[in-house]
Design a protein around this ligand. Structure first.
Ligand code: COI
Length: 351
């Protein structure tokens, strides 16, 4: 594709709609293990209607980004941690675990092949979508014996657009995202399909996103529909960045982990703990919660300005990004774009 055509297609890259020219594919079978890995021109997969993954949801995925760097190169952000989570997700769904080195090699090869699609604009990046699905052509109800690994790349702006305006959240007490012992900490397709009803309920109540409470007691704050949540409290000893502690019903976000690390380096106190929604809203009402924000690979750091539930509504902040969230977001973006040293080797250069 000519450069001009690439530029035209990237004019308005709504999340996930502008896919690049190449993809990675690889197959796993019980007899041959991982084989036939290749970067190839983007094309539809030949999916038989009896493909097991379509019927029983044996499908896991990842979402990570590659960024244009200050020195003109291109690098993926924390692909090794995404590779590790991909393995954990696969294990939970009784799927073969792709070795981390193969995952990272696939990311590097695809980004290198589609290097000219990596945006240089400050609020854009290349979003990478590794996917593993059960490929048996069979309706047998059991883990498949063949799997297909695919990586796609998509030119993207921030998930919530580039305005940076705060989003609102609706607390669902009608639906649940994840139950103890279930698949909540795996990044599997079914978790997202199951969350759509809560997301629709949020929109019906005039909110942008759903905020999930735990399924057992409907009491503890967990996560949002595809991102983790943080807030900042002002206590006697200064500001504390708070996020729900990880359990088997929360997705361990890579951005969540990155922000906790960055906060530590910036000298911002952090706390990971179980927090009851009622205690949280009481603290909001007392003016002790000064900021709230969503974070994720796609969402980056997006302020939350309004929280709504069946029994009330609460406002946080003053309509923009708060000072702590702003510092964290800037520090994260500086790291991702190679503007500051990378002592932990989070950036992996591609090509
Ligand atoms: C990501 O941030 O990569 C996510 O997984 C959210 C996505 C499903 C939109």
């Amino acid at each position: 594709m000519a450069d001009e055509a690439v530029r035209r297609r990237c004019a308005t890259p709504a999340f996930g709609t502008v896919l690049t020219e190449h993809m990675v594919t690889m197959t796993w079978s019980a007899e041959r293990g991982w084989h036939d890995g290749a970067v190839r021109p983007y094309a539809p997969e030949p999916v038989d209607p009896a493909t097991a993954g379509l019927h029983y949801g044996q499908v896991v995925f990842e979402g990570l980004k590659a960024f244009h760097q200050a020195d003109g190169t291109v690098a993926a952000f924390r692909p090794a941690l995404h590779a590790k989570r991909f393995r954990t997700s696969a294990r939970r769904l009784v799927m073969p675990e792709l070795p981390e080195a193969l995952f990272v090699d696939a990311i590097r090869a695809l980004v290198d092949a589609d290097r000219r699609w990596v945006p240089t604009e400050p609020d854009r990046s290349l979003y990478l979508r590794p996917l593993l699905y059960a490929a048996d052509v069979s309706l047998a109800l059991r883990p498949a014996s063949t799997y297909r690994f695919v990586v796609l790349a998509s030119v993207t702006e921030n998930f919530f657009g580039s305005s940076g305006a705060p989003v609102s959240v609706w607390v669902s007490t009608r639906y649940s995202r994840a139950a103890p012992g279930g698949t909540g900490s795996a990044k599997c397709a079914g978790n997202y399909a199951g969350a759509f009803a809560g997301q629709r309920e949020a929109v019906e109540h005039g909110c942008d996103q759903v905020l999930w409470l735990d399924a057992a007691e409907r009491r503890w704050i967990e996560e949002m529909g595809g991102m983790n949540i943080f807030w900042v409290t002002r206590g006697r000893n200064g500001a504390v960045l708070v996020t729900p502690a990880l359990t088997d019903t929360l997705l361990p976000g890579v951005t969540r982990d990155s922000l906790l690390t960055v906060a530590h380096e910036l000298g911002i106190a952090t706390r990971e703990s179980r927090v009851a929604f009622d205690d949280f809203t009481a603290a909001v009402s007392r003016g002790e919660v000064t900021e709230a924000f969503a974070c994720g690979t796609a969402a980056v750091v997006t302020p939350i300005g309004r929280i709504r539930a069946g029994h009330g509504e609460w406002h946080v902040g003053d309509g923009g990004i708060g000072p702590v969230a702003g510092r964290l977001r800037d520090a994260l973006i500086d790291l991702q774009r190679g503007r500051v040293p990378d002592p932990r080797g989070w950036l992996v250069h591609c090509g």
